[in-house]
Design a protein around this ligand. Sequence first.
Ligand code: SAM
Length: 482
Amino acid sequence: MELRYKMGQKYKQGQIVEKECFSGNKALAVWCLSMRNKYNIKTVIETGTNFAKTTEFFANAFEKVYTIDIQEEFTKMARKKFSGKENVECICGNSSKVLASLCGKIPKDEVVLLFLDAHGNYEKDLIDVGVKNRSKKSLEYYPKNATQFNPICVELDTISQHLCGRCVLIIDDIPSPYCNPNVQFGQFKTSQSGFRNIVSKCFQKKYKMRDTMVRLGNKRKSSLIIEPDNIKRGVFITARVDSKRLPRKHLLKIDGKHCIEHVMERVKKSKRADKIVLCTTTLDQDKRLCEIAKKYNISVFRGSVVDKLDRWRGATEKYDIDFFVTADADDLFCDPELIDLAFDQYDRTKADFIEWDQDNFICGAFTYGICSDALRFVCENKQTNNTEMMWVFFDKNHFKKEKLQNVPKIFMRPEIRATLDYEEDFEFFKKIYSYMENKEFTLKDVVSLIDDHPEIIKINNARHHDWKKNQEKELKHVNENQ
Ligand SMILES: C[S@@+](CC[C@H](N)C(=O)[O-])C[C@H]1O[C@@H](n2cnc3c(N)ncnc32)[C@H](O)[C@@H]1O
C-alpha cells in the first residue's frame, strides 16, 4: 500500500491518523503505519499515556495497544476514553517496571512497536525509588548524569533482553532531561550521539536509527526511530590464480605477504560488512587462495570458472547476502571507508548498482556495489557466460544505477593507478610498501606519499592506457556476443 499522510483522513485499511497524535509530528504517524505494514505489527506498547492522544491513533491502527502511565489520573481518564474499545489496555505503573512483564505477553514470532514517551515525572519517580518528599536531599538520589533513574535506559535494557530483533522503536523527545531533576528541560546536554551509544549498546548491529526533527511553533521536537536492520551486507573478494598478463599475481609476495593477503587485511577493516567471502573457481589451482582465506577467517565460495556473475550469485545464495561490494583481488589498496560508504548509500537509496567514477577516482580504490536481487535478475536473463565486463549487464534502463556518492576529495586522483595487472603495477605496489616500512597505512596515506614523491606514479601510469584499451577490446567482444 502506498502510504501518503493526510491529517485526519481515512486510509485504505480503515484507520485514522489523528490530528494530535505524536504532538503533531506527522512523520512519526507515517512511519508507524509503514512499519506496521512492513513487519505485520499487531501490538503497540506506549510508555506515557498522558491524555491518550497518541493512544487513540494506535487504537485505530493496530490490533492491540498497551499504554502505561505512572499517574493514576491519566490512566483513569484513558480507561474511560477507551471503555468501548477492547483492544486498549491502560496500565498504571512505572514503565521501567511494567515493561518486562508486558514483553512476556508478546508472541515470540511477532514484531512489536514501542513508543517510549514516559518522561518528565520526577515526583512520582522519586516516590518510586523510596523518596517521600522532593527535597534538596532527595535530589542526591540523582547523580549528575543519572542514567540509573532514567526510565528510558531501564526500558531499553528490558527491551534488549526480551524483544531484541523483534521490535521497532520510537524514542520521543530525545533531548529532554527524562527523570533527572538536576537538569531543567531544554538544558539537557546529553548529545544525541551519546544517546545513540546507549541504544546501540542494547541492540548492537541489529538496528538502524534515524532522527525525525520537527519544529512545533518555536519549539524543536526530535525523536529517534529505530528499526531492525535485517539487511545482510557482504564484501566479495574476487580472485582466481590463472591470470593472463601477470601470471599468478595474487600469490606474488610483497613485504612477506601474498598480494591477496593485503587485500584481505584491508577488506576486514570494513565496519559495516556482515560477511566477507572469497569468490573463486572450482579449479584445483585456486585451492591455495582458499587456504589463505581460511587463515584470515574469510568464507569461501567456489563456483563457475568463467562466469563471474554466476559465481557471485552462488555466493549471495549460500550466505544469504542482500547487498555486496566487490573487492577485486587486484586492488591492494581497496579502501574500507569507501566500501562502507557504498553500504550507507544502499541503505539510503536502495540502488541496484553502485559504481566507481572511472574518470575521477583512483583506479583500484573502489569497484562496485550490487544488490543481490538485481544480480539474480541479470543471471536469469543474460545470454552469455562471458561476464568479465560485468557492468554492461546492469544497464540503466532496467536498474537503478548510481555513482558512489560522498567520496572524500582525496580519492579524486584518476592519475593514480593502484591495480595489479602488469609487472609495472607490481613495481608500483612494492615501491609504496617499501616507503611505508611495515607500518599500517590507508589509501589516504598512499595519496600523501605520492604527493611527496610524485615520481612513484610514473612507474605504472603509462600502463593505464594499455589497460583501458584492453577493457574496451573485451567490452566490444561482450557486446558482440550479448
Ligand atoms: C510526554 S507525556 C506522554 C504523551 C503521550 N504519549 C502522547 O503522545 O500524547 C509523558 C507521560 O509520561 C508519564 N510518565 C513519566 N514517567 C513515567 C514512568 N516512569 N512510567 C510511566 N509513565 C511515566 C507522565 O505521567 C506523562 O503523562
